[in-house]
Design a protein around this ligand. Structure first.
Ligand SMILES: [Fe+2]
Length: 480
């Protein structure tokens, strides 16, 4: 049984502070099916009340959804703040053990959350059909010895050291590892060698053999492979959709396109030659791919999209403000996105990997409607670049049928003192429940730990959109 985070002391708080105070949440997972739980739930509530020392009438079920039973507890103030203590009470241990055995309790975890009422969430067990991925981004691996590499080695080394425990705490066994760009610092061959060494150690820290998939970021561009004069012409010839489509599709432009993609030749070489990238989908002319992975009988579609094929060398800037060279000038191109999507037509779940956030100021204005129309067809959009973890798009008010989930990973490593973060996602393919986890590096303590964020739990839980549940034929009883 895992126990974390000390309970806050409410006695010294003012009324307004108390309103914002941390409250306890307990999450319990039972190794039983939902229909079985339904048959015994009243008995379960009575026994749980007895174990934690409150009156049976003080617990009731407010809702049952998505295979989860959510219980809200009404407790006296004194009982409220000793929930965990009572559960852990040594004198009650036989009772707790009996309860755990009787109700097949797999684990119990306690958290502090900024809530006004205490909740206990009871999950029925995993269906056994799950897909788990680890999402890394923006590592910026350097090869040159020095202070920055020293700091990078420290943070990434601590990550590898902590990973088995971070994953183990949630019983996560990644099937896939996604790396959404900026693997290297400046696209040098030696830097990709460092990336390869890191991935090898990463695989050794994972509980099972995972499949690795990546896309390039702007730091994976090899500046020396860009001819300044040709680059001026290229940038001047991407002014509208027709020009972009012509460059990407016309046979007469093949030579120019090939020259343009030389900037990613070290990245491309790494993907072709690194042992852990063996089995990586073939990278086409645009360095993008679509892959449908057969996973436990489910088809998981992954599109690796290239947002940096015209990302340019910063030393071409005529001012100090180098960021402006890419800002508002990037292009993915409709042929790339549409083709990638078409090839995922049969997939149950469609995942896009892309370095830059789509529908953002990084892209030329004429790309935005293309992004708006296309990216909503993916179910998950995993990206990086901005070094901020977030799970935007998880708004429950989004259209249930068509909603999609943009999930941003933080930077695995950027530079000393900069925030670092990593995500993981577990999808239950039979119930449609998705759990997204995030971890951060705490510079002050030199440790990786759960990202407590606004929800204070290190994870969020939500349901797949209706369109995916229909594709997966998830039974109606699991639907809210
Ligand atoms: Fe980036």
């Amino acid at each position: 049984m895992s126990v974390s985070v000390a309970t806050s002391s409410p006695s010294s708080l003012t009324e307004s502070e108390e309103a914002r105070a941390q409250r306890r949440i307990a999450r319990i997972r039972l190794e039983m099916e939902l229909p079985d739980f339904q048959n015994i739930k009243l008995e379960f509530l009575d026994d749980l009340a007895e174990v934690i020392g409150i009156a049976p009438g003080d617990i009731w079920i407010t809702s049952i959804r998505l295979g989860c039973v959510i219980l809200r507890l009404s407790l006296s103030e004194s009982a409220e703040h000793s929930l965990e203590t009572k559960w852990e009470d040594r004198e009650k241990e036989p009772l707790v053990e009996l309860f755990k055995k009787r109700y097949k309790v797999a684990w119990v975890r306690f958290y502090d959350v900024p809530e006004t009422r205490i909740s206990v969430i009871v999950n029925v067990k995993d269906s056994g059909h799950t897909l788990t991925w680890l999402h890394l981004s923006d590592a910026h691996f350097r090869s040159e010895e020095g202070g920055k590499k020293f700091s990078q080695d420290k943070v990434t080394g601590k990550f590898l050291e902590a990973l088995p425990k971070l994953l183990g705490e949630w019983k996560l066994e990644p099937d896939l590892v996604f790396f959404t760009g900026d693997l290297s610092f400046s696209g040098k061959r030696e830097e990709f060698g460092v990336v390869g060494d890191f991935l090898k150690k990463l695989q050794a820290s994972l509980p099972r053999q995972a499949r690795f998939l990546c896309v390039p970021g702007n730091h994976d561009v090899t500046w020396n492979n860009i001819d300044p004069e040709e680059e001026e012409r290229l940038r001047g010839s991407l002014g509208n959709e027709d020009q972009v489509n012509s460059l990407l599709l016309d046979a007469s432009q093949k030579g120019r396109l090939t020259e343009c993609l030389r900037r990613l030749s070290n990245f491309s070489e790494f993907v072709k030659s690194d042992p852990l990238m063996a089995g990586h989908p073939a990278i086409g002319d645009l360095l993008y791919y679509s892959e449908v992975i057969d996973h436990q009988g489910f088809k998981i579609g992954v599109a690796g999209l290239n947002s940096v094929w015209c990302s340019t060398r910063k030393d071409l800037a005529k001012t100090e403000v180098t960021q402006s060279l890419d800002l508002g000038h990037l292009v993915m191109g409709e042929p790339q996105i549409k083709t990638a999507l078409d090839r995922l037509r049969e997939a149950h779940i469609k995942v896009a990997l892309v370095h830059h956030p789509p529908i953002s100021e990084w892209f030329r204005h004429f790309e935005l409607p293309i992004h708006i129309n296309s990216f909503s067809e993916f179910d998950f959009i995993l990206r990086g670049h901005q070094h901020v973890q977030n799970f935007i798009g998880l708004d429950p008010n989004l259209d249930e049928k068509n909603k999609f989930f943009p999930l941003a990973a933080g930077a695995l490593y950027s530079h000393p003192g900069h925030p670092n973060g990593v995500n993981a996602v577990k999808v239950d393919l039979a119930t449609g429940i998705v759990e997204a986890f995030s971890w951060v590096y705490l510079n002050s303590h030199s440790v990786w730990r759960k990202n407590l964020g606004p929800r204070e739990t290190g994870f969020i839980e939500f349901s797949l959109s209706m369109r995916v549940r229909e594709r997966l034929s998830i039974p109606a009883r699991h639907v809210a």
